[in-house]
Design a protein around this ligand. Structure first.
Ligand SMILES: [Zn+2]
Length: 256
């Protein structure tokens, strides 16, 4: 590995030809070029749960678990012997993304349990993205427990494997949630790149940068190389979080 590495976590949503204004879609051609570039750079494609035991890992992750991941991303990773992590929303497995802001005509389908099982059997990690993709901040303690625990339990029952990684919907998390996340049995939390120092807890934060439609190969490579987070990148991440949420700053919680 000749280049210094700054960031090892990448977040994708949809991998598809269909344009959308939220820009969280990567085309199949872009995705393939990006994976081949990572392979050329000598990275080992790792599941988040194996992060600490893999040398020179790269973490390719897919939030929400869309069907397009099975259709367009999985074949590319299969071809190069790579694995990834998918964050499933358990109430929406096999259903349309009616939780999102898109009008009905623009809605897309999430992978079903059979597809998630196939990926799991190919060595992918299936983590939890909650039960309903609602913001955890401000929830009642009972709702919060349910989101954290029932989603974990359902994936474990369906796939027969312990779930240890949680990804907060809309990247909305705060210090107040850490104890509940820990008590629910998670040891890793996948988040977007933080702007401030992360708080201590018994588990591990896994920072990731989003990959978007306009990320041509040089910008994509820049996301991984050493360097302070470029202001453009920060702005981009904030806009994307806002697009998926309708609110800007709440998804950039300042952990003191
Ligand atoms: Zn999501």
């Amino acid at each position: 590995m000749s280049i210094p590495v700054y960031n090892r976590g990448l977040v994708y949503h949809k991998v598809s030809e269909n344009f959308e204004w939220g820009l969280t879609t990567t085309t199949p051609q872009q995705f393939k070029a990006q994976m081949l570039a990572l392979q050329r750079l000598g990275f080992s494609f790792s599941r988040i749960k194996d992060l600490d035991s893999v040398e020179n890992p790269i973490l390719v992750t897919f939030d929400d678990g869309y069907s397009s991941v099975m259709e367009h991303a999985a074949p590319v990773l299969d071809e190069i012997g790579g694995v990834a992590t998918v964050f499933a929303i358990t109430d929406y497995v096999g259903k349309k993304n009616t939780w999102d802001y898109f009008p009905a005509a623009k809605q897309v389908t999430h992978m079903d349990w059979t597809e998630l099982r196939i990926l799991h059997e190919r060595g992918w990690e299936i983590g939890s993205h909650g039960r309903t993709h609602r913001r955890l901040i401000g929830m009642s303690p009972k709702q919060l427990k349910d989101e954290l625990r029932s989603s974990k339990q359902e994936i474990e029952e369906r796939l027969g494997k312990e779930v240890t990684t949680f990804c907060p919907p809309f990247n909305a998390w705060s210090n107040d949630l850490l104890e509940d996340i820990e008590q629910a049995g998670y040891t890793k939390i996948a988040i977007s790149y933080p702007l401030a120092k992360l708080p201590k807890w018994s588990g591990e934060f896994v920072p990731r940068l989003g990959v978007y439609l306009h990320d041509m190969l040089p910008l994509f490579i820049a996301k991984i190389k050493t360097g302070p987070l470029a202001p453009l990148e920060v702005l981009q991440q904030q806009l994307i979080n806002m697009a998926g949420n309708g609110k800007l700053l709440e998804s950039w919680v300042d952990p003191e």
